[in-house]
Design a protein around this ligand. Structure first.
Ligand code: ADP
Ligand SMILES: O=P(O)(O)O[C@H]1O[C@H](CO)[C@@H](O[C@H]2O[C@H](CO)[C@@H](O)[C@H](O)[C@H]2O)[C@H](O)[C@H]1O
Length: 503
C-alpha cells in the first residue's frame, strides 16, 4: 500500500492563518516554504490537501543584532491542517540572508516575498554553521519564553564547537557540534514530556553507561502553559559504526566467504553476544530508574488486546497478512494464557523500538540510542510498563533483517534476484539462502546468550512470549514496509510465515 501524496498545486496556495506577530514574520516566507515542506521525509503525507499553516510560536534570532543586513534564524513551530482535518505540528528552522554563499546553495528553499525580508534568500538553517552556533549560544545564554534550553545540571556547555548537520536522512534533523555534542531537532514535536528526555534524563541520573548522557533540551511554552520539547542535546559518540552497517557487512562476508560453515564464534557473533549483554544492562538501568512491577491480569489483557487490535488494523492495511491472521491471533492468545499462569510476567520501562540501527559500537562497547519509542504508538502509551522481552524480540527481528538484506545484495551482485521461472533455484543460490538463515540463527542465539549471561530473563525459557512478541513486531514491520519501502515487505512477511508455522 502506498500513502496518498498530500500536496498538489492547490496545496501551495494553502491559507495562512494569522497568529499575532508571527503572521507578519512568516507570511513572506510561506510561498517558498509550502512546496519545500511537502518534500521533506518528516512531512506527514496525509490523504487530502494541505489547507492551512498556523504558526504556534516564532522566534527571530539575528546573527548580529546590531546589523540590519545580518543573516537571521527564523525558528517556528507551525500546525498544518489537511482537508481531512488531520493536523500535524512541525518545527522549522529557516535561514534568511541577502545572498546565499555557494556552500549553502543546496539548502536553498526559495525567496521571501514582501515584508521586511522581501527578496532575501530563505534556506534550511540547520545547514548553516553560523546560525547553528548562534542557536546554541543564544538558548544557552537564556533564550526566550518561546525557545529555551533546560539543563539537568550546571555542567558548562562548550559554545565554541564547530557545528555540522548529520548527513543521514532521518525522522528528525541532528546537528553535531565538534564531534562532542549532538542536538537532535524534533521535526514533529508534540506538547508534553518527551519520552527520550524522560528516559535519557533518568538513565543519566542512575549513571547508566549504555547510552548517551543528556545535556539539555530545547523547549517552548505554548501559551496554554504546556511546554513542547523541540530538541535534545546529548553527548556525541564517535562510533566505529552502527550495528546495522556492521551486521549487514558481516552477514555479506559470511554468505560469500570460503568457510564451509557459519562460525559459532567470531564474525559478528561475538558482537551479538556483547550486544545482548549491553541490552540486559540497559534493562537493568531502566528497571532501577523506573521500577519493575508484576503485570496484573487486566494489564496482561490490555497488552494482548492491543496486539490483537494492531493485527486487525495491519490486515486492513496489508492484505498479504490476511491468510496468517488467525494463526497470529492464536500466538497472542497463547501468550496471554501463559502470562496469567504461574508467577506471571514482569513489566518495566523498555526501549520500545530496539533494532540494529539504534545501537552504536565504539571504544566503550555498545551504546543504545533513540528512546522515542515506537513511532506508531501515541506518546502517552509509549511509557507503559511492558515485558523486557519485547525489546529482545525487536533485536531478534533485526538479525533476520540484516541477513535478508545481505542476501538480497549478494544475489543482486551475482545477477538476478528472481526465483528462476522453471522453479528450481541453482545450488549456489540455495547455498546463499541457507547461509543467510544460519547467520541469523547463530547471531540470534549469541544475542540471547549474552542477554541471559548479563542478568536478563533467559529468552530461551520463554518461547511462547518471544514468539508472540516477534510476531507482533513482524506485523508492525509489515505495515511500516508497505508504507515506506514496499520492496522490503517480503522480509517481515517471511518472518510471519516462519513464526506461524512454528519454525
Ligand atoms: N549520541 C550520538 N552519537 C553519535 N551518533 C549518534 C548519536 N545519536 C544518534 N546518532 C546517529 O544519528 C542517527 C539518527 O539518530 P536517531 O536518534 O536515531 O534519530 P531519528 O529519531 O531521527 O531516527 C543514528 O542512526 C546515529 O547514526
Ligand atoms: O526510524 P526509526 O529508527 O525510529 O525506526 C523505524 O524505521 C526503521 C527502518 O529505518 C524500522 O526498522 C526496520 O528496518 C531496519 C533496517 O532498516 C531493521 O534493522 C529493523 O529490525 C526493522 O524493524 C523500524 O521498525 C521503524 O520503527
Amino acid at each position: 500500500m502506498t500513502t496518498a501524496v498530500a500536496v498538489c498545486d492547490s496545496c501551495t496556495k494553502a491559507r495562512y492563518r494569522p497568529a499575532q506577530r508571527a503572521d507578519e514574520l512568516l507570511r513572506p516566507l510561506l510561498p517558498a516554504m509550502v512546496p519545500w515542506l511537502a518534500g521533506r521525509r518528516w512531512f506527514a503525507h496525509e490523504r487530502g490537501c494541505l489547507q492551512e499553516l498556523r504558526p504556534v510560536t516564532s522566534t527571530v534570532i539575528p546573527l548580529d543584532p546590531s546589523d540590519p543586513d545580518s543573516p537571521v534564524l527564523v525558528h517556528a513551530v507551525m500546525v498544518a491542517r489537511h482537508s481531512t482535518n488531520a493536523t500535524h505540528r512541525y518545527q522549522l528552522l529557516l535561514g534568511v540572508r541577502r545572498g546565499l554563499p555557494e556552500r549553502l546553495a543546496p539548502a536553498l528553499i526559495g525567496q521571501a516575498v514582501g515584508g521586511e525580508w522581501d527578496g532575501r534568500m530563505v534556506y534550511e538553517a540547520t545547514a548553516d554553521p553560523e546560525l547553528m552556533s548562534r542557536l546554541l549560544e543564544w538558548t544557552a545564554l537564556g533564550g526566550s519564553d518561546s525557545l529555551r534550553l533546560s539543563r539537568p545540571d550546571a555542567a558548562p556547555i562548550p559554545l565554541d564547537l564547530p557545528p555540522h548537520p548529520l548527513s543521514v536522512e532521518q525522522s528528525n534533523t541532528s546537528v553535531v557540534y565538534g564531534d562532542r555534542l549532538m542536538l537532535k531537532l524534533l521535526r514533529r514535536p508534540e506538547p508534553g514530556l518527551h519520552p527520550e528526555v524522560e528516559v535519557l534524563g533518568a538513565l543519566t541520573e542512575v549513571g547508566s553507561t549504555r547510552t548517551t548522557r543528556l545535556l539539555g533540551w530545547l523547549s517552548t511554552g505554548d501559551g496554554d502553559g504546556e511546554s513542547t520539547v523541540l530538541g535534545i542535546l546529548t553527548e556525541f559518540l564517535p562510533a566505529h559504526g552502527s550495528g546495522w552497517d556492521m551486521a549487514v557487512g558481516h552477514a555479506a562476508d559470511c554468505l560469500t566467504g570460503g568457510r564451509r560453515a557459519v562460525p559459532t564464534i567470531g564474525g559478528f557473533t561475538s558482537d551479538a553476544l556483547a550486544l545482548g549483554e549491553a541490552v540486559a544492562e540497559l534493562h537493568a538501568a531502566l528497571a532501577q530508574a523506573f521500577g519493575v512491577t508484576r503485570m496484573a491480569p487486566d494489564e496482561v489483557d490490555e497488552l494482548t488486546d492491543g496486539m490483537q487490535r494492531r493485527l486487525r488494523a495491519a490486515v486492513r492495511a496489508v492484505p498479504e497478512l490476511e491468510p496468517y491472521a488467525g494463526r497470529i491471533a492464536t500466538l497472542y492468545q497463547d501468550f496471554g494464557k501463559v502470562a496469567l499462569r504461574g508467577r506471571g510476567v514482569d513489566g518495566q520501562r523498555i526501549h520500545g523500538d530496539l533494532h540494529l540501527g539504534q545501537v552504536l559500537s565504539g571504544d566503550a562497547g555498545w551504546k543504545i540510542i533513540d528512546f522515542e519509542g515506537e513511532p506508531s504508538k501515541p506518546v502517552a502509551e509509549r511509557g507503559r510498563p511492558e515485558p523486557a522481552l519485547r525489546d529482545v524480540a525487536g533485536m531478534l527481528r533485526s538479525f533476520d533483517y540484516a541477513a535478508q538484506q545481505a542476501l538480497g545484495e549478494t544475489l543482486r551482485r551475482e545477477g538476478g534476484t528472481e526465483q528462476p521461472a522453471d522453479g528450481e533455484p541453482s545450488a549456489a543460490r540455495l547455498r546463499r539462502i541457507r547461509r543467510a538463515q544460519a547467520w541469523a540463527v547463530r547471531n540470534r542465539r549469541a544475542f540471547n546468550a549474552g542477554y541471559a549471561a548479563a542478568g536478563g530473563t533467559d529468552p530461551h525459557c520463554h518461547p511462547v512470549a518471544l514468539r508472540a512478541f516477534e510476531a507482533d513486531k513482524a506485523v508492525y514491520e509489515a505495515v511500516y514496509e508497505s508504507q515506506h519501502r514496499p520492496e522490503w515487505l517480503p522480509i517481515p512477511m517471511s518472518a510471519v510465515q516462519r513464526l506461524v508455522s512454528g519454525r
